[in-house]
Design a protein around this ligand. Structure first.
Ligand code: MSP
Length: 671
């Protein structure tokens, strides 16, 4: 079983940032997942170093292109191991091994008669390194860079891409997961409804010398995209390399939506012309955005990926990226969200489970894996648990195969919840007090050990250091990590010593979490001694839409019904905002003074990232007037304002305040 996946090769005109890190981490996660299943896996990354863009960037920095490319490429190469990403190769397009393959490939396409010499005039964007047609420009500007392209007319070589249009449409239709998720397949079929133009694949040396020589005309260099796409096979040593024979038949590429067209149209037609098999899947994700705009160096809001990982740890950073982004859609990055996810999913759910379970295993199983109970699988509910373990592995694997890390993690976290619940319902501390329940106690302990071992393996692709440490705590060897339940059971049955160690994810205390997270902080310590095992969840902050935190699974949302009497218990009123001010030290919270007609009150709302305080004054909003008061950042909030939250649709997260359609007396009841 083989697995081969590649990242785009990144341009060396910018340092590695969050966007690059995300694609590379996704690929590392997918590669590790396949390793868990026993695949022989290969991950390729590298840098794209030719073209105008690089020449210009080098000039700005006072370097020649090669020196400049060497420096930036080294930054990319050094960045990945720091994020615990294990790559098998790092290809640079300025390497001889690559140049050789580009020449041979081009020669082949030329011999097939798919390259001709012609003249072309068009609007050229230097940022994109491509010509735009009149129709593609927006108000005469490049749709991506919003700059005016230069009109260039010159003689060049062209690849007869148009010859392959019908073939490509048929191929995409016949192979529905060739481009995935589906929305991008549809987007490509959409492009292909218009006639496909031939691709200009050279640049005259009179204009650009920083490129790979065209083998059949020394007056030209190769167009950077034609050169770059070939990296996916040059790194494998095409045409005779052993790696090429081994991995190309299973190749997958992961990219973001910005470079869909070259990967979904140029590359397959190039491969078809050269007589090579196509890659198997193109996995396309959306953009990370900050403040709802595209992240880019030019607009100055680049998040230093490594700085975030340094601040919160590699594993939490990787977890956040995988859990937060719905693969294929855009996501909004924010440090606050990262901290929220850390505290709720890692500290509260996963970390808490391990701390409780290890403490109980120490106390009730004398720090040993309860071997006898492991072997005695006939216990009444063990068959049901064995089925649960198997189903979980099947569901998790299916999501990863379909490149949906978020759904895989959601399934794992449901299992974390289940284990936490089983501790609560079985109450091992009570079983331990009754000698007649000794067998039940050891069954419960055995179930926990098996669950923890499986969990360690399931989180390992996303959080490699944590997964490995979890296995060490159970006396297992991380080098043997697997999600095969039978193998896990055999390993555990050899008798292992359990080590407690320090907490996995100590809570991050911020001013906000201090206010709202006190309940959880009190929780983790004493389950082994205590008789109440109820687990507390993070309290939702004021207007945060707690119930909308997860996208509905498979498009189906289960909604719990309530009675009209339940609804009547809510005192919903129209409020008029009289004053609004941001709370110091909080990015989110705004203090509102709201008139309810006969009274005024203070309501603190978590809408600071979506509204300026001054825009709120005078608005007629909807307030829950009978909500128990809560203190937020030291301010007592009496009530809550209602908002609609749209998450993870194409625009990341959007929050909009509920207002009434026409002015009505403040205090009016809403029913
Ligand atoms: N050199 C070309 C790719 C050639 S591949 C044969 C290129 N390089 S790039 O440096 O601009 O990298 C683009 C890729 O970086 C995206 O496709 C994506 O993988 C990643 N990202 C850059 N910014 C991103 C976001 N804001 N969000 C998510 N990923 C992004 O294009």
């Amino acid at each position: 079983m083989k697995y081969y996946v590649s990242t785009p090769i990144y341009y060396v005109n910018a340092k590695p940032h969050l966007g690059h890190a995300y694609t590379t981490i996704v690929n590392d996660v997918l590669t590790r997942f396949h390793r868990l299943l026993g695949y022989d896996s290969y991950l390729l990354t590298g840098t794209d170093e030719h073209g105008d863009k690089i020449v210009r960037a080098a000039e700005r920095e006072g370097r020649n292109p090669q020196q400049y490319a060497d420096e930036i490429s080294a930054l990319f190469k050094a960045a990945w191991p720091k994020l615990n990403i294990e790559t098998n190769d790092f290809i640079r397009t300025t390497e001889e091994r690559h140049k050789k393959v580009v020449s041979a490939f081009m020669e082949l396409v030329y011999k097939r008669g798919d390259i001709y010499f012609g003249e072309y005039g068009g609007h050229y964007c230097f940022g994109c390194e491509r010509f735009y047609t009149e129709k593609e420009l927006q108000d005469g500007l490049c749709p991506d860079h919003q700059t005016k392209p230069e009109y260039i007319s010159e003689k060049n070589y062209f690849f007869r891409m148009s010859n392959y249009q019908d073939w490509l449409i048929d191929y995409i239709k016949a192979n529905p997961t060739f481009i995935r998720p589906e929305r991008y397949k549809n987007e490509v079929l959409g492009f292909l409804r218009d006639p496909l133009e031939d691709l200009c694949i050279t640049r005259p040396k009179s204009r650009l010398t920083w490129g790979i020589d065209v083998p059949f005309d020394e007056g030209f260099v190769t167009y950077v995209w034609f050169d770059a796409l070939i990296n996916y096979i040059s790194a494998l040593g095409w045409p005779d390399g052993e790696l090429y024979q081994k991995y190309w038949p299973v190749a997958q590429h992961t990219i973001a939506k910005d470079i869909l067209k070259p990967h979904a149209i140029f590359w397959p037609t190039m491969l078809q012309s050269a007589g090579l098999p196509l890659y198997k899947h193109l996995n396309v994700h959306g953009y990370w955005q900050i403040g709802f705009s595209k992240m880019s160096k030019s607009i100055g809001n680049v998040v230093e990926a490594l700085a975030m990982a340094d601040r919160y740890g590699n594993d939490p950073f990787r977890y956040f990226l995988m859990r937060e982004m719905n693969f294929g859609l855009d996501s909004e990055f924010s440090e606050d969200r990262l901290v929220d996810r850390y505290n709720s999913d890692l500290a509260n759910d996963l970390g808490n489970l391990w701390q409780r379970a290890l403490a109980m295993l120490q106390k009730f199983s004398h720090s040993q894996v309860p071997i006898l109970a492991l072997k005695g699988l006939g216990q009444s509910d063990d068959a049901e648990w064995a089925r649960r373990f198997e189903n979980l592995v099947t569901e998790y694997s299916k999501h990863f195969e379909e490149v949906n890390p978020r759904a895989a993690l959601t399934a794992v976290w449901e299992f974390v919840g289940l284990l936490n619940k089983t501790i609560d319902s079985e109450a091992p501390w009570a079983l331990a007090k009754d000698p007649s329940k000794a067998e039940r106690l050891s069954t419960v302990m055995a179930r926990l050990v098996k669950g923890l071992a499986l969990l360690g393996a399931l989180v390992w692709p996303v959080m490699p250091a944590t997964g490995a440490e979890m296995w060490r705590r159970l006396g297992l060897d991380p080098a043997q990590i697997t999600i095969d339940n039978d193998r896990i059971l055999t390993m555990l049955s050899h008798g292992r010593e359990i080590k407690a160690g320090s907490a996995f994810f100590p809570r991050i205390e911020t001013t906000e979490t201090k206010t709202r997270g006190k309940n959880q902080a009190d929780k983790t310590k004493t389950d082994a001694e205590s008789a109440e095992g109820t687990k507390t969840k993070a309290l939702a902050c004021c207007t945060e839409a707690a119930g909308l935190d997860e996208a509905p699974k498979d498009g189906v949302q289960t909604i719990e019904t309530i009675t009209i009497d339940d609804f009547k218990r809510l005192e919903l009123r129209v409020g008029k905002v009289l004053a609004a001010e941001a709370l110091p030290k909080s990015l989110k919270l705004i203090k509102l003074t709201v008139s309810l007609g006969d009274s005024e009150r203070t309501v603190v709302a978590g809408i600071g990232r979506h509204y300026q305080p001054e825009d709120l004054v005078g608005r007629f909003i909807v307030v829950i007037a009978n909500l128990a008061p809560a203190k937020l950042m030291g301010v007592e909030s009496k009530g809550m304002v209602l908002c609609a939250t749209q998450r993870d649709s194409d625009g990341g997260e959007r929050l909009t305040l509920l207002t009434v359609a026409s002015e009505i007396a403040p205090g009016s009841k809403i029913s």
